[in-house]
Design a protein around this ligand. Structure first.
Ligand code: HEM
Length: 417
């Protein structure tokens, strides 16, 4: 029986250099090792890496207990490293701030003002247009698009933002429809709870960076995985095309946001993409403010605790034939409803958690779902996607900031009309 006073089991020493905080390289080296440690020791294991112990939880039931049932206990973040403190303007952004009033204020500002349904439409249109407007070459690389369009865009925006910020008060310029401006405006108005003062300029730039950074790589990675599967499995793409046609009607110029909720198979395709290929294989590191118990073990307050997102989505006790890409697993026998009603927040039970769950769940999960549906629907409605002659879609993974395709998707696309 586990000793109630002890950390979860694990190897005594573990020769990994690097840190887990930002899901970088080391996590891809550690993931297969963790898998075998879980097979040997059970659903919770401890690794001693860097400064303190890091506990990894593979069980959806224990994740639900920690993050949902006892959410407030497990909602903290570990103290940042010196570098991270600098990069986050001393923890003045959402993902690094500890569980408390500053975190709550910044997070509420984002969800209430920016990710609010009334604003979603213009954001998602602006971002979607970026990709759809691109010249579509016969063979097109989505990842190239990420590099060529999104990253320069972020750089330009940030630069522009810094310039705009210094001018913002004088000319009240809305930056010519610049879609970041409303967020900046909300940030200019905020007063920090403990310090009773407005945000400083670098903190505002930092929050904009978080907004762009957290949303761009994750979303484009998910999109690429989904499109890769639609190229690899043309019958799924055709079924999706048929569903879109039945909703928007022959000859429709594009799929509109309001059409999406009538497309159950579309939602199933996006969910299956996030289950089989979650962009983040782990959540961001969590911590507890006081020593806490979980699964019969102690989680000390200096430990990192993380949850194995990808493992949960691939759990054979929950998902039949888990490594196969089968959107219809989300449909009920009547062909709908279940996918539309699927609870991605895991509030009742966790079957997958691509956005995390509980207090620290991705604040943009709804936005990201909507955006992915909008992208996928339009890309399939406007173009037929096929493998490039003589090539096969390779679903091998590679760890970057997110888990991306080792061999980026290449596809032959042709206009549908
Ligand atoms: C497919 C797209 C996305 C995926 C898969 C995703 C996934 C995640 C995950 C796994 C976490 C960590 C949860 C935890 O630590 O427990 C997270 C946190 C976060 N995400 Fe997302 N995300 C996506 C899109 C976005 C977008 C579009 C934005 C912003 C517009 C965003 C903003 C954030 C922020 C601010 C946090 C930190 C939350 C906190 O610490 O309270 N994400 N996301």
């Amino acid at each position: 029986a586990p000793n109630k006073k002890s950390l979860p089991p694990g190897p005594l020493t573990f020769p990994v250099v690097g840190n887990f905080l930002w899901l970088r390289k080391s996590s891809s080296e550690v993931e297969p090792i963790l898998r075998s440690l879980h097979a040997r020791y059970g659903p919770m294991v401890t690794l001693h890496i860097g400064s303190g112990p890091a506990v990894f939880v593979a069980s959806p039931t224990l994740a639900h207990e920690a993050l949902v049932q006892r959410g407030a206990v497990f909602a903290d973040r570990p103290p940042p490293s010196a570098t991270m403190r600098l990069l986050s303007s001393n923890q003045h952004n959402i993902n690094t701030s500890s569980y408390g009033p500053t975190w709550r204020l910044l997070r509420r500002n984002l969800t209430a003002e920016i990710l609010h349904p009334s604003r979603l439409r213009s954001y998602s249109r602006a971002r979607t247009r970026l990709v759809l407007r691109k010249r579509w070459e016969e063979v097109y690389e989505l990842r190239e698009c990420r590099k060529r369009v999104l990253i320069p865009l972020i750089r330009a925006r940030l630069k522009a933002k810094q310039e705009q910020l210094s001018k913002a008060k004088e000319d009240g310029n809305d930056g010519n429809g610049d879609w970041m401006v409303p967020y900046v405006d909300t940030l200019l108005d905020l007063e920090l709870p403990e310090e009773k003062r407005k945000l400083e300029e670098d903190q505002i730039v930092n929050l904009c960076w978080e907004f762009l950074g957290a949303g761009t790589d994750t979303t484009s990675t998910a999109l690429q995985w989904i499109m890769a599967n639609l190229v690899k499995y043309p019958e799924i793409q055709e079924r999706l095309y048929d569903e879109i046609k039945s909703v928007v009607g022959q000859g429709a110029e594009q799929v509109k946001e309001e059409d999406l909720e009538r497309m159950a198979y579309l939602k199933a395709v996006v969910l299956e993409g996030l289950r089989r290929h979650p962009p983040a294989h782990f959540v961001l590191p969590h911590a507890v403010k006081e020593d806490a118990e979980l699964g019969g073990y102690t989680i000390p307050k200096d430990a990192i605790i993380n949850f194995m997102v990808a493992e949960m989505g691939w759990n054979a006790e929950i998902w039949e034939d888990p490594m196969a890409f089968k959107p219809e697993r989300f449909l009920n026998s009547a062909g709908g409803v279940e996918a539309r009603g699927f609870d991605i927040t895991g509030s009742r039970e966790i079957k997958m958690m691509p956005f995390g769950v509980g207090r620290r769940i991705c604040p943009a999960s709804g936005f990201a779902m909507l955006h992915l549906e909008y992208f996928v629907a339009n890309l399939v409605w406007l173009f037929k996607w096929r493998t490039v002659a003589g090539e096969e879609v390779d679903l091998s993974e590679k760890q970057e900031i997110t888990t991306v395709m080792k061999n980026p998707l290449r596809a032959q696309i042709s206009s549908r009309n």
